[in-house]
Design a protein around this ligand. Structure first.
Ligand code: NAP
Length: 232
C-alpha cells in the first residue's frame, strides 16, 4: 500500500479540510483521532464529499501516524504536546511532520485574538524540540478551514511553509500544489513560524471584525515560478 498522509486531529475543521483536498487529489489519507470511531465517521464525511473511490480511512492517532510518510498535526495548542508525545513512538524514520498549530491565548482561557508566548519560540519549534531527528515543518496556519472544505472553489491562499529540511519542504510543496488555488511559499527557517503563527491570529481577528470565516493570505510581488532567494 502507498504510504499515507496522516492527519492527526483530522476530525476537526482544518484537518477535515485538508483530508477533503488531498483525498480529492487521489492521495492516501489516514484520519487520526483520539477515538477510532470519530476518525471513521470523518473518513465517511470525506467519501461523501469526494466520492466513494476516495482512499481515506480512520484510525486512532498513533496508528494513523505509523504508516505515514507525512504527518500533519491539526489539534489545539492545549493538546499539542501530549498528542505529539503520543504519536512519537509510531513515527518511522524519514517521516515528515507538519505542525499547523496557532498559539492563541484561548489555550489558557484567554482571547482567541491574542497569542500566547511559548518558551521554544513558536508552536512549531515546540514540536521540533519533542521530535529530534524528525524533519518538522510549519504550514497552513494562514489557510482557512472553511475554504479548504469548500470543494467547489479554489482556496485563494498562500501556504507559507517554514522549516530547516529542504527535502521535506519539497515533498510538502508537491502536496500543497495538489490543492486548487494553493500556492507554496518558502517562509524560511522553522524559527520564522513565530511570525506566521502570529499572522494567523491577526487573520482570526479579521474574520471576527469583518464577520467572515475565510480570511487568508496572499503574498504579492513574488516571481511566477516562486524560486525564493536565500535569505540569511
Ligand atoms: N480552523 C482553521 O481555520 C485553522 C486554520 C489554520 C490553523 N488552525 C489550527 O489548527 C489546529 C486545529 O484547528 P481546528 O479549527 O481544526 O480545531 P478543531 O475543529 O477544534 O479540531 C481539532 C481536533 O483536535 C483533536 N483534539 C485532540 N486533543 C484535543 C483536545 N484536548 N481538545 C480538543 N480537540 C482535541 C480533536 O479530535 P478528536 O477529538 O477526534 O481527537 C479535534 O477534532 C489549531 O491549532 C488551530 O489553531 C486552524
Amino acid at each position: 500500500m502507498a504510504r499515507a498522509i496522516a492527519i492527526i486531529g483530522g476530525t476537526g475543521e482544518i484537518g477535515l479540510g485538508l483530508a477533503f483536498r488531498w483525498a480529492q487529489a487521489r492521495q492516501v489519507v489516514h484520519i487520526g483521532s483520539r477515538q477510532k470511531e470519530r476518525a471513521e465517521a470523518a473518513a465517511l464525511k470525506v467519501r461523501d464529499a469526494v466520492g466513494s473511490e476516495a482512499k481515506v480511512e480512520g484510525f486512532e492517532n498513533r496508528e494513523a501516524a505509523s504508516q505515514a510518510e507525512l504527518v500533519v498535526l491539526t489539534v489545539p495548542l492545549s493538546a499539542q504536546i501530549s498528542i505529539v508525545k503520543g504519536v512519537k513512538p509510531a513515527l518511522q524514520s524519514g517521516t515528515i511532520f507538519v505542525d499547523c498549530t496557532v498559539p492563541t491565548a484561548a489555550a489558557i482561557g484567554g482571547r482567541l485574538t491574542r497569542t500566547v508566548g511559548l518558551w521554544a519560540g513558536s508552536a512549531a519549534e515546540q514540536v521540533a524540540e519533542l521530535l529530534p531527528g524528525i524533519p518538522v515543518l510549519s504550514g497552513f496556519q494562514t489557510v482557512a478551514a472553511e475554504a479548504l472544505q469548500d470543494l467547489d472553489h479554489p482556496i485563494e491562499s498562500d501556504v507559507i511553509v517554514c522549516g530547516d529540511a529542504k527535502d521535506a519542504k519539497e515533498a510538502l510543496k508537491a502536496l500543497i500544489e495538489l490543492i486548487p488555488g494553493a500556492r507554496y511559499v518558502d517562509g524560511g527557517p522553522l524559527e520564522n513560524a513565530r511570525i506566521v503563527e502570529h499572522l494567523a491570529v491577526l487573520l482570526i481577528s479579521l474574520n471576527i471584525r469583518y464577520g467572515v470565516h475565510r480570511a487568508g493570505l496572499r503574498i504579492t510581488g513574488l516571481p511566477e515560478d516562486l524560486l525564493p532567494r536565500k535569505v540569511g
